[in-house]
Design a protein around this ligand. Structure first.
Ligand SMILES: [Zn+2]
Length: 418
């Protein structure tokens, strides 16, 4: 067998090597026998798969629910034009297995939610290259729940990479030990929304005109017809209507691609940022599995939009209050206006607040069901509550339990009326 750079890292003790580290062939054996799961085979996932394979991992699994689109080809370098329409996971697995000798990559084309604890428990660690908050919350909660205090092997480290234009972050989550994904949800900004009165009456930005076309004009012109965000004709229509509106108000900057960006909420993905973040994640995977060097503790942010700046810090675990890894009777405290209705509370607070951000929540208190989206009978029976004021339904110190199909856990919160 040829000596490569990796052998040197594994066999030589360096200044930062852990004191208890014993170099030798067993380390490489352990690396080769470990089973790693990669979630996502998109911009980050392609890089992660390539890096892991080139770092000595031999048994890699990959899950992705998407198929290859022509717009992916500029950065997702494991795909070719002939692959359009095929599952990303399968094509990426084939490409890397063929290219890197001795590596076995097992793809799964589907959602992470389709797999159970037993499936996830076979892995040494999980590396995530996702662009969805929902999927990250799900896998994070699952891995935290899987921890059995009696069995250290039940702790599956989660390495999470994320990028947004020139910015990105890599983090190491050791379930129940370090801060989890849910602990840091409030670091995400509140979703960009524009007040409906501005959109309707006093637009100032090109985005206002695009929102006007999609939120107000579309339903007026095509009542009952759902806007298809992937349909080029639909986007073209919105673009033309928004442009006309912009001209009326002397606003410049409405373009087809901006229209598409606003409607699909597209965050530009930059190949090199993906490469930086994926590389950081894969080095952590290598360090965790081999113990050659201390791993990231626990959050690295990369800011490339104004010069280059990286910062590593230890994000604190919300030991008491985290709804996923908290040990206490953790609940969130939310302060709301006295006259807010249940419906506005759901759409303006629960759906928008970064630390809650649920999509179709059901709510109850100990005394009563406030609103349930399912089953239909319960939905019908509780729908009349939507127009009622929160203060009529819930007392100030009463606990509200929120469940959502996207979350494998329930959120608890208490209200405080302003
Ligand atoms: Zn947590």
């Amino acid at each position: 067998m040829t000596i490569n750079a990796l052998d040197r890292v594994i066999e030589i003790i360096g200044p930062f090597t852990d004191e208890s580290y014993v170099p030798g062939p067993h380390v490489k054996e352990f690396l080769e026998n470990s089973k790693v799961l990669v979630i996502g085979a998109g911009g980050l996932g392609c890089e992660i798969l390539k890096n892991l394979a080139l770092s000595g991992f031999k048994d890699i699994h990959v899950i992705d629910m998407d198929t290859i689109d022509i717009s992916n080809l500029n950065r997702q370098f494991l795909f070719r034009a002939a692959d359009i329409g095929k599952p990303k996971a399968t094509v990426a697995a084939e490409f890397v297995s063929k290219r890197v000798k001795g590596v076995k990559i097992t793809p799964y084309f589907g959602k992470i939610q389709e797999k159970n604890e037993e499936y996830y428990s076979q892995f040494t660690l999980v590396v995530c290259g996702l662009d969805s908050v929902e999927a990250r919350r799900w896998i994070n909660a699952l891995l935290v729940n899987m921890v059995d205090d009696e069995n250290p092997e039940s702790i599956k480290p989660l390495i999470d990479g994320g990028t947004e234009g020139f910015k990105g972050q890599a983090r190491v989550i050791i379930p129940t030990i370090s801060s989890c994904y849910e602990c840091s949800l409030d670091m995400l900004g509140k979703q960009q929304t524009y007040p409906i009165c501005t959109i309707a009456n006093t637009p100032r930005l090109p985005e206002h005109c695009i929102e006007w076309a999609s939120e107000l004009e579309w339903v007026k012109v095509f009542p009952g017809k759902k806007l298809d965000k992937d349909n080029m004709e639909n986007i073209q229509w919105l673009y033309e209507v928004a442009l006309q509106r912009a001209n009326e108000f002397k606003i410049t900057g409405v373009t087809y691609s901006l229209t598409q960006g606003v409607i699909k909420n597209i965050i530009p993905s930059i190949a090199s940022t993906n490469a930086v973040i994926a590389a950081a994640c894969c080095n952590e995977a290598l360090k965790i599995v081999t113990s050659v060097n201390p791993y990231l503790d626990n959050y690295m942010m990369y800011t490339g939009n104004e010069g280059v700046y990286t910062y590593t810090f230890q994000h604190q675990r919300k030991e008491k209050d985290c709804p996923v890894c908290g040990k206490g009777n953790g609940y969130l405290t939310v302060s709301i206006p006295k006259d807010i209705t249940l419906e506005d509370f759901i759409t303006e607070e629960l759906m928008l607040r970064p630390d809650i951000k649920v999509k179709s929540p059901s709510l109850r208190t100990v005394r009563t069901v406030l609103y349930f989206q399912w089953p239909p009978q319960l939905k019908e029976a509780t729908e009349r509550n939507l127009s009622k004021k929160m203060i009529e339904l819930v007392n100030e110190d009463e606990e509200i339990v929120i469940t959502d199909p996207a979350l494998p856990f329930s959120l608890r919160l208490r209200l405080f009326y302003e």
